[in-house]
Design a protein around this ligand. Structure first.
Ligand code: GLU
Length: 475
C-alpha cells in the first residue's frame, strides 16, 4: 500500500513553526517511504477566510521546498460529502438528531461542572423519538459514541494510550446550520484522500479518540497515528511570541536559509544518533517515526544560528548574492551594480565564512557596493581619531606607490607600518584601515578586501577617512 501523509493547515494568516515542523515530518515520512505527501487546506471557517492566508501557507511550503503531490484539497469544497456522510450515519442508526435548546445545553454544562463530570451532554435525544421534537429548533446530528469500555490508540510516538469511553460524549457531526464539524470533516477527508499516516502535534491526541469513533461507525480503516510533542520555549512552556519569532515568514525575513531552518526543525523533535547536520536528502534517507522524540524539545535560537552559518558557508556564492539582494535593497537601498557584482564575486568566500544570517551577510557586503564618500557607523568612528590619522596617512602614502596591489603585498606593507609606527601591533593599524575601507568595525580580511576594492578605490577611501578625522578634530 502506498504511504500517504497529509498536511492540513487552517489558514490563520501565518505558518507557525510547529506547523512547519509537522509539514516537514509528513513530507519526510512520505518521501522516505516512496509515498505521497498531500496538502489539504482546512478552510471551513468562512467568516475568517482569506485567500492571502492560504497563500501564506503555500509560500512557506515553497520556501521550505516541501513539494507536495496532487492538487491541494479544499476542505470547504468537500462540505457536501461531509453532510452526506453524516446523513449516512443517521440512516444507519449510528448517529441521531438532537433538539436540545441552548438553555438546556447550558444547564447540562453547569450541572456537569458542579459534579466534576467530564461529559456534559447527557445523551437525552439518543433514544428519543423524533415525534417529540420541539417546534422551531433545528437539530444537530450527533454520533452515538460507545457507552462503556475503553478506547485504545497505538501511537507511534506516545505508545499505547487508553481512554475510558465514559470520558467521550456523543459529539456533534453536523451543526444545526448544516455546517459539518472539524471532527467529521477531517475523518472523511483523510479517508477519501487515502491517508495512511497521520503525523501531527500531540495537542490533537484527544481528537484522535473522537475521530476513531467516526472511523469505527463507518467501518473505515484507521490511519497510523504519530502525535509529536509540541515545541517549547527555553522556559519549558509552549513556544510562543514571548520566546521568539513564531512564523516561518519571520525566519525568512531574519535571513535564515530554508535548508538550515528545515535541518533545525528536524532536529527539534527528531534524532539520528547525535548527528546535527542533516541535509534534506539525507533526512529523506534516514527519517522514521521511531526517531521522533517523546519529550517536548526546547527551541534554541543559537543552534539555528549555528546551522545557518554552516549552510551559508556551504551555499553557492551566486545564490547568496541573489539572496542578499532584497536585504541590501530594503535595509540599505542598494541595487547591486556590475562593479559591485564583480567585487562580491571575489569577496564572497571570505564574507560568507563569517555570516550567521543573510542579514549579517548583506550588512557586511555593503562596503563593496557603496560609493565614496562612505558614512562611518559608530564602531568605525571610534577608530577614526586624531591618533590614527598618521597611521592612515602612512598607509595612503605606501599604497599610492605600490605596483602590484595584491593581498600579500598589502599585508606586508601593513605589517611594516605596524612595526615602525604602532609598536608592532597590527590591530592598531588594521582597525582604522577597516573603518576607512568599510565604514564599520566588522569585516573579513582587509588585505583581501583592499585588493578587491582596488588601489584607486582604497586610496579614495583612505583620503576620505583622513579628511573626516580632520574635519572632526577641528576645535
Ligand atoms: N487544521 C488542523 C490544524 O491546523 C489540522 C488538524 C489535524 O492534523 O488533523 O491544527
Amino acid at each position: 500500500m502506498t504511504t500517504i501523509t497529509r498536511f492540513p493547515p487552517s489558514p490563520t494568516g501565518f505558518m507557525h513553526i510547529g506547523n512547519a515542523r509537522t509539514a516537514l515530518f509528513n513530507y519526510l515520512f512520505a518521501r522516505a517511504n516512496k509515498g505521497q505527501f498531500v496538502v489539504r487546506i482546512e478552510d471551513t471557517d468562512r467568516a475568517r477566510h482569506s485567500d492571502e492566508a492560504v497563500q501564506v501557507i503555500f509560500n512557506a511550503l515553497e520556501w521550505m521546498k516541501l513539494d507536495y503531490d496532487n492538487e491541494p484539497v479544499s476542505q470547504y469544497a468537500n462540505r457536501q460529502r461531509h453532510i452526506d456522510v453524516a446523513n449516512e450515519l443517521l440512516a444507519a442508526g449510528k448517529a441521531y438528531k438532537c433538539y436540545c435548546t441552548p438553555e438546556e445545553l447550558e444547564q447540562m454544562r453547569e450541572d456537569a461542572k458542579k459534579e466534576g463530570r467530564p461529559v456534559a451532554y447527557d445523551r437525552r435525544w439518543r433514544d428519543r423519538d423524533e415525534s417529540e421534537a420541539p417546534e422551531g429548533i433545528e437539530p444537530v446530528i450527533r454520533i452515538k459514541a460507545p457507552l462503556d469500555g475503553s478506547a485504545v490508540v497505538d501511537d507511534e510516538v506516545q505508545g499505547q494510550v487508553t481512554v475510558d469511553n465514559k470520558q467521550l460524549d456523543d459529539f456533534i457531526l453536523l451543526r444545526s446550520d448544516g455546517v459539518p464539524t472539524y471532527m467529521l470533516a477531517v475523518v472523511v477527508d483523510d479517508h477519501d484522500m487515502g491517508v495512511t499516516h497521520v503525523i501531527r502535534g500531540d495537542d490533537h491526541l484527544n481528537n484522535t479518540f473522537r475521530q476513531n469513533i467516526i472511523y469505527d461507525a463507518l467501518e473505515w480503516n484507521k490511519p497510523v497515528y504519530a502525535h509529536c510533542p509540541l515545541i517549547h520555549g527555553t522556559d519549558g512552556s509552549k513556544f510562543s511570541k514571548r520566546h521568539g519569532s513564531v512564523s516561518v515568514e519571520d525566519y525568512k525575513k531574519e535571513g535564515y536559509l530554508p535548508e538550515a531552518f528545515c535541518n533545525y526543525l528536524l532536529r527539534l523533535g527528531w534524532g539520528h544518533k547525535d548527528e546535527e547536520i542533516i541535509p534534506m536528502d539525507k533526512a529523506i534517507e534516514l527519517f522514521s517515526l521511531k526517531g521522533i522524540n517523546k519529550a517536548a524539545s526546547k527551541f534554541d535560537i543559537k543552534k539555528l544560528e549555528n546551522l545557518n552559518a554552516h549552510y551559508i558557508k556551504e551555499a553557492d556564492n551566486h545564490r547568496l548574492i541573489d539572496l542578499i539582494s532584497p536585504f541590501l535593497k530594503d535595509r540599505h537601498n542598494i541595487i547591486i551594480s556590475e562593479l559591485g557584482l564583480q567585487r562580491l564575486d571575489a569577496g564572497m568566500d571570505a564574507l560568507k565564512d563569517r555570516a550567521k544570517t543573510l542579514v549579517q551577510l548583506a550588512d557586511e557586503s555593503k562596503f563593496y557596493l557603496v560609493d565614496t564618500p562612505l558614512t562611518f557607523d559608530e564602531g568605525a568612528q571610534k577608530h577614526l581619531t586624531p591618533d590614527s590619522k598618521a597611521l592612515l596617512q602612512s598607509m595612503l602614502d605606501t599604497f599610492k606607490d605600490m605596483d602590484g596591489f595584491v593581498h600579500d603585498e598589502i599585508e606586508h606593507k601593513c605589517r611594516n607600518i605596524a612595526q615602525l609606527e604602532a609598536d608592532g601591533k597590527l590591530g592598531k593599524v588594521m582597525m582604522p584601515l577597516r573603518a576607512a575601507l568599510t565604514g564599520t568595525d566588522k569585516s573579513p580580511s582587509l588585505f583581501e578586501a583592499a585588493e578587491i576594492l582596488g588601489q584607486e578605490e582604497t586610496i579614495k577611501r583612505l583620503n576620505h577617512a583622513i579628511a573626516y578625522i580632520g574635519s572632526n578634530s577641528v576645535q
